[in-house]
Unconditional design. Structure first.
Length: 115
C-alpha cells in the first residue's frame, strides 16, 4: 500500500481516540440515561483513547491533530505534566493543513493558561 493510504489511515485512529475519551468521560448518570433510552453504551476508557492516538502517531509521528488530541486525553486524566509536554510538541511541529493551524492555536492558548 502507498504512503498516502497509511497517512490518511491514521485519522481513523484519531477519531477512535476521541470516541473512547468521550465515552470514558460519561458520568454514571449519563451512562445510565443512555443505557435506558438508547440501549447499551459501548465501553471506552482513557487507556483505549491513548492507545488509539499512539497508533496514529506510529503511522505519522508528526501529526499535530493526534498529538493535540492526546494532550486532551492526558488533561482529562489530570496529568498536567504530560499535557504540557505534548502541547509544546504541537507548537514545534510543522503545519501541513488547516486542521494543524487550528490545533496549534488551541494548543498555544491552553499552554498559556498552564504556564
Amino acid at each position: 500500500m502507498s504512503h498516502f493510504y497509511y497517512f490518511h489511515y491514521s485519522y481513523s485512529y484519531v477519531i477512535m481516540g476521541i470516541y473512547y475519551r468521550e465515552l470514558a468521560r460519561l458520568s454514571w448518570f449519563e451512562r445510565a440515561f443512555a443505557n435506558t433510552f438508547f440501549g447499551k453504551v459501548p465501553d471506552g476508557s482513557f487507556e483505549d483513547s491513548i492507545e488509539m492516538f499512539n497508533k496514529a502517531l506510529m503511522i505519522n509521528n508528526n501529526m499535530i491533530v493526534a498529538t493535540y488530541q492526546l494532550s486532551k486525553t492526558y488533561r482529562a486524566l489530570g496529568s498536567e505534566k504530560k499535557e504540557v509536554e505534548l502541547l509544546k510538541k504541537v507548537i514545534k511541529l510543522p503545519e501541513r493543513n488547516f486542521r494543524d493551524k487550528f490545533a496549534k492555536r488551541k494548543a498555544e492558548r491552553r499552554l498559556g493558561k498552564l504556564i
